[in-house]
Design a binder for this molecule. Structure first.
Ligand code: ATP
Ligand code: MG
Length: 586
C-alpha cells in the first residue's frame, strides 16, 4: 500500500497552499515560526497517539489528518504511537483496527509504530532519577483522599504527610512497589511540585499507580504503570517529536508536560505541545467509553455498525476516505470547542459519491405497473450510462418488459395539482425508456389497496429516438418485474433523536435519546446488473440515495446500506429536463 504520495497534493490543495499563505492555520503559524527560529534543528516530527481501548472515530480522523497532514506539508515525519499505559482497558483487537483505519484514511507511519509500553524501563529509570533529585515521593494516601487534599483552585491544597519522606525511603518504597509487594491502590508515586499552584495538575500529580494487571504487550512484567502525564511527554522526547498536537482538554496539562521534560531532558531539544479543539458532531456521541457501551449493551450491532461514528462504521456505511478527509478540512481548526452539524458530513460524502457512484435503478417500495399495449414476451435492452459525471464509467443495459415496478410514492390515483408524477390519465417518463400514460388501477377487493397500475406506453418516445424529445413533467425510475432482483436494503436514520444526546429528562441518561427508528430493513426490487457489480463499488440508486454493498451481502442474497439520501430528488423539480442525465439526482 502506498497511500503517502497520493496525499501530498491533497494536503497542499486543501489544508492551505503555497500561494495561499494567508490561510495558514494557527498550528502552521506556530510551526513556521519554529522553523524560522531553527528550533529543534528545524525538524517537524508529529505523532498520533491513540489509546488502544476502542475503535477510532471521526473525531480521531481529525487528529490523524492534522498530525499526518502537517508532517506531509513540512516534509516531516509522523509516528503512530499506541498510548498503552492502562492495561485493564486495552486490547490487541483495538491495535489492529486502529492500524487498518489509519491506512484506510490514506496515511502511513512508514514503519514508525511505537508503544508507550516500549518505554516503561526508561520511564522507571527517570522516575528514580526524579526521586533522587528530591522531586518525587511515595504517598500512602488513598486516591480519594489525595484528590480531596488537593483542594480547590482558589485555595492551596494540603500537603501529604508523606511529602517529606527521605530520598532513601522513597527509593526503597518505589522499588518495593515495583517488586509487587503492595496491593493495588495502596501507594502511588507523586511528583513534588507545588501544592498551592492555581493549576491543579501541578499539585503533586500522581506519576505511577500500582496495578497488578496483565498488559497486552509487557505481560506480567510490570505491576506499576505510569500515568498519562508521566508517559506522554517523555515518549514524545524519546521519539524526537517536535510538535505534539492534542485536544484542548490537555491545555491545563501543558505546564506539567513541560515540567516533566525539564527534569529529564538534556540539551536544548524539546517537544512542544499544542492544543486544538476536539471535533464534536450533533446527533452522535464520540466518547470511546460511550461507544463501547453502545456495543456491549447491543444498542448497535458492533463497532462497525453503519450507524456508529467510528471509522469502520462509516466505511461500512459507504463513506469514502476522501469524503472524511474533506469533511475534516471543511471543519477547519479551532481553539475553541464547537459542535458541527451532521449535515456537513453528509454533504461531503454526497459530493464525493456524486463523482464516483455508478447509477442503478432500484425500487424501494414497489407497486406493479402493467403496460397494456406492450407485447407479452418482449424484452428490450435499454442502454444508458453508468455515471453521467464520469464518462470513463461506461454504459450498461437495463431490461424493459410489459410488467414493471415503480415506487408507490410515484403514483397517486387522485393527485393534487402539484403532483407531477404518475396519476390516472396523466403521463410520466420512465427513465431511459418510454413515456407512459395511466389508464386505471386494479385494487384488492378486500383491502382496497392498489394491486397494479394499468398504463399504455408510447412507442414513439423511446429514449434516444426522436420522440424522446417530447416533454412531460416528471421522470421516474422503474425495474422490469420479471428481471428484478429481490435485495435487502438497510436504511439508516440518526442514532440519536436529539442533537445533544445529553439533553435528557431528569433521572434519564444519554441512552434515553437513542433513536428507536435508526434502522429499517426493507426488501426492494433491483435491476439485474447489481448481481454482477463489484462489491467495492459505490452506487447511486436513482432518486433514492447513495448505497453500497454491506459485508453481509452474498451472491444469493444481496444486501445494501444506504450511505446517505440525495440532497434533492427529481420529484421535487417541476418540469424535469426530460432525458437530462446531468440534472440533480441523475
Ligand atoms: P479516551 O476517553 O479513551 O482518552 P480519546 O478520544 O481521548 O479517548 P485517545 O485514543 O486518547 O482517545 O485519542 C487519541 C488522539 O486523538 C488524542 O490526541 C486525542 O486528542 C485525539 N482525539 C480524540 N478524540 C478527538 C476528537 N473528538 N476530535 C479531535 N481529536 C480527538
Ligand atoms: Mg485520551
Amino acid at each position: 500500500m502506498q497511500p503517502y504520495p497520493l496525499l501530498i497534493n491533497y494536503y497542499n490543495n486543501i489544508m492551505g497552499t503555497e500561494e495561499n499563505n494567508k490561510a495558514l492555520n494557527f498550528i502552521e503559524e506556530i510551526i513556521e515560526e519554529d522553523l524560522r527560529d531553527g528550533k529543534n534543528n528545524s525538524r517537524v516530527h508529529t505523532r498520533f497517539p491513540p489509546e488502544p481501548n476502542g475503535y477510532i472515530h471521526i473525531g480521531h480522523a481529525k487528529a490523524i489528518c492534522l498530525s499526518f497532514g502537517i508532517a506531509l506539508k513540512y516534509n516531516g515525519k509522523c509516528n503512530l504511537r499506541f498510548d498503552d499505559t492502562n492495561p485493564v482497558t486495552e486490547d490487541v483487537e483495538y491495535v489492529d483496527s486502529i492500524r487498518e483505519d489509519i491506512h484506510w484514511l490514506g496515511f502511513d507511519w512508514e514503519g514508525r509504530e511505537y508503544y508507550a509500553s516500549d518505554y516503561f524501563d526508561k520511564l522507571y529509570e527517570w522516575a528514580i532519577k526524579l526521586i533522587q533529585m528530591g522531586k518525587a515521593y511515595v504517598d500512602d494516601t488513598k486516591a480519594e483522599e489525595i484528590s480531596e487534599l488537593r483542594g480547590v483552585p482558589t485555595q492551596p491544597g494540603v500537603e501529604s504527610p508523606c511529602r517529606n519522606r527521605s530520598v532513601d525511603e522513597n527509593l526503597d518504597l518505589f522499588q518495593r512497589m515495583h517488586n509487587g509487594e503492595f496491593p493495588d491502590g495502596s501507594r502511588v508515586l507523586r511528583a513534588k511540585i507545588d501544592m498551592s499552584s492555581p493549576n491543579m495538575h501541578m499539585r503533586d500529580p500522581v506519576l505511577y499507580r500500582i496495578k497488578h494487571a496483565h498488559h497486552h504487550r509487557t505481560g506480567d512484567k510490570w505491576c506499576i504503570y505510569p500515568m498519562y502525564d508521566w508517559a506522554h511527554g517523555q515518549s514524545d522526547y524519546i521519539e524526537g517529536i517536535t510538535h505534539s498536537l492534542c485536544t484542548l482538554e490537555f491545555e491545563v496539562h501543558r505546564p506539567l508536560y513541560d515540567w516533566c521534560l525539564d527534569q529529564i531532558a538534556e540539551g536544548t531539544y524539546r517537544p512542544r505541545q499544542i492544543e486544538f479543539a476536539r471535533l464534536n458532531i450533533d446527533y452522535t456521541v464520540m466518547s470511546k467509553r460511550r461507544l463501547l457501551q453502545l456495543v456491549n449493551e447491543r444498542h448497535v450491532k458492533g463497532w462497525d455498525d453503519p450507524r456508529m461514528p467510528t471509522i469502520c462504521g462509516l466505511r461500512r456505511r459507504g463513506y469514502t476516505a476522501e469524503s472524511i478527509r474533506n469533511f475534516v478540512n471543511a471543519v477547519g481548526l479551532a481553539k475553541r470547542e464547537n459542535i458541527i452539524g451532521y449535515g456537513l458530513l453528509e454533504f461531503c460524502v454526497r459530493e464525493h459519491l456524486n463523482k464516483i457512484a455508478l447509477r442503478r435503478m432500484v425500487v424501494l417500495n414497489p407497486v406493479k405497473v402493467i403496460l397494456e399495449n406492450y407485447p407479452d414476451d418482449k424484452t428490450e435492452m435499454m442502454a444508458t450510462v453508468n455515471n453521467p459525471e464520469d464518462p470513463a464509467s461506461g454504459t450498461r443495459t437495463v431490461p424493459f418488459s410489459k410488467e414493471l415496478y415503480i415506487e408507490q410514492g410515484d403514483f397517486m390515483e387522485e393527485a393534487h395539482k402539484k403532483f407531477y408524477r404518475l396519476t390516472t390519465g396523466n403521463e410520466v417518463r420512465l427513465k431511459n425508456a418510454y413515456i407512459i400514460r395511466c389508464t386505471g388501477v386494479a385494487k384488492d377487493p378486500v383491502t382496497g389497496m392498489i394491486k397494479e397500475i394499468r398504463c399504455t406506453y408510447d412507442p414513439e418516445t423511446r429514449s434516444g429516438l426522436t420522440g424522446a424529445n417530447r416533454k412531460v413533467k416528471a421522470t421516474i425510475h422503474w425495474v422490469s418485474a420479471k428481471h428484478a432482483l429481490d435485495v435487502e436494503i438497510r436504511l439508516y436514520d440518526r442514532l440519536f433523536s436529539k442533537a445533544d444526546p445529553d439533553d435528557t429528562e431528569e433521572g434519564q441518561n444519554w441512552k434515553a435519546n437513542l433513536n428507536p427508528d435508526s434502522l429499517s430493513v426493507i426488501t426492494a426490487k433491483a435491476e439485474p446488473q447489481l448481481a454482477h457489480d463489484n462489491p467495492e463499488n459505490k452506487f447511486q440508486f436513482l432518486r433514492m440515495g447513495y448505497f453500497c454493498f454491506d459485508k453481509d451481502s452474498s451472491s444469493q442474497h444481496l444486501v445494501f446500506n444506504r450511505t446517505v439520501t440525495l440532497k434533492d430528488e427529481w420529484a421535487k423539480i417541476s418540469g424535469t429536463r426530460d432525458e437530462g442525465q446531468g440534472t440533480s439526482g441523475a
